[in-house]
Ligand binder design. Sequence first.
Ligand SMILES: Cc1cc2nc3c(=O)[nH]c(=O)nc-3n(C[C@H](O)[C@H](O)[C@H](O)COP(=O)(O)OP(=O)(O)OC[C@H]3O[C@@H](n4cnc5c(N)ncnc54)[C@H](O)[C@@H]3O)c2cc1C
Length: 463
Amino acid sequence: MRAKKIERELVQILGEENVSSDVGDLIPFERDDQFALVPPHRPDIVVMPSTREEVQEILKLANRHKVPVVPLASGINRKGLCIASKGGILLDLRRMNRILEINEEMMTATIEPGVSFGQLVKEARKKGFRVITPYAPSTASVLANYMLRGIYGTATRYGIDHLINIEVVLPDGAILQTGSAAFNQSLPYCNIVNGPDLCKLFQANPGTLGVVTKGVIRLYEMPEVIEPLIALYPDYASMVEPSIEMTRRNLVASCWPMMFTGAAMKILTDFMEEDIYMMWLYLEGDRGQVERDKEAVEKITERYNGFFLPEVPMLDRDTMIKDQIWERTSVKGWKGGNMYGCSFYGVMKSVTRYYEVTREISKRHGFDAFHYESVPVAPFHGQLTYNDPCIFWDASDTEQVKEIREIHEEIKRSLVDIGIYGWFRPFPSVVDTSKLGRYGEMWRKIKELIDPNAIMNPGKPPL
Ligand SMILES: Cc1cc2nc3c(=O)[nH]c(=O)nc-3n(C[C@H](O)[C@H](O)[C@H](O)COP(=O)(O)OP(=O)(O)OC[C@H]3O[C@@H](n4cnc5c(N)ncnc54)[C@H](O)[C@@H]3O)c2cc1C
């Protein structure tokens, strides 16, 4: 009865074509590929707004009826973050896909949440700019990715923070502008206002504080030359010191030490079956700089017993260099079934231990197809390093589902014992704010203050 009333009100706001409670329309949203760790749940209704005003009306209605709202920008986060664990309204933002401005003077783009990386890269290129992109499908939402603080091919030089300001519809329907946009909406290009940077307060909250309807992001100059290189090393440990040195001397835009077991290589290439330890590097800049950096990188590689592949295989250089996007259209790992990843931030000097422990756990549970990568992130103070231990597995095998759940618990415990900075875009259950002392308490209080009826994406952090 109440559900029907809510549906009628939603139809009044959005029109019939943008509201559905048909099971056929709801099923696609009920699970993602990490369902072993985040149980599936179906939303009650899906809506597709196209304006900020419609989002405001939807949130006011949901708040009045105390109905959960789950925002979805492209739905490929792979951590169960768009699963409507308590049912309610699935707010599909893909129709809000306008690039509102590309400002050449300010080197910024102002975009809506449904704008994808593929879309923005294409437009920014026309004006000679580069978008910092993740190693992810080009359909991923730029704003959702930057809000969740992603990891990018060029993180070693450009870091991971490319968001300046946001516009948020709060759960009561009010609008919040952050940074300079709060002071002067015609100049939204700076995150500094006369107080704290509230944009940061909203980042890394998976749709739990409000709905972002607009964002101003940083664009970058295209370098004259981009030169990809792959260096092979005897083992993981021997990649640590060279990557620290290359990062500290700012010789590379990208430095990804990584390893694939033979079983993983077989899935990825069909022809190789050897364990492989390699460092994936990007040199960038004007021609002179790239030549100087390359000379230095070669010396470092040699000093640590690495050697370069004469060519970079498995990579379409043209796409990479012209489009500034990585090889994202073919996600080869998925050929082997599902991929479990427990990514986190840690310290470069501990990377060998992180790698050894996670590989040992994977092997002990019978999973040989394993991959590890660790990326130094700018600014490198504190040796900030993104880490990703990955296991290829088969989600249709109930035994493997059980094993993956056990592995997840063991990996979490072991990494905390070694010492890490924190989890990267974690599964909802991984974030335990009760273990974060006053920080966790304040985070929960901020949530209560902004969303007193707890309508925004319930079941996600802060729990
Ligand atoms: C094969 C593959 C490889 C990947 N590699 C990388 C990588 O290298 N680096 C990387 O950073 N990412 C990577 N990803 C993740 C991907 O890039 C996503 O962009 C990212 O996780 C965000 O997901 P999304 O854009 O689909 O947002 P969604 O899944 O739609 O949303 C993510 C979260 O944000 C919330 N949300 C979405 N929109 C809004 C909004 N407007 N307002 C408030 N809350 C909102 C949602 O409720 C949800 O909690 C990869 C994904 C795949 C499938």
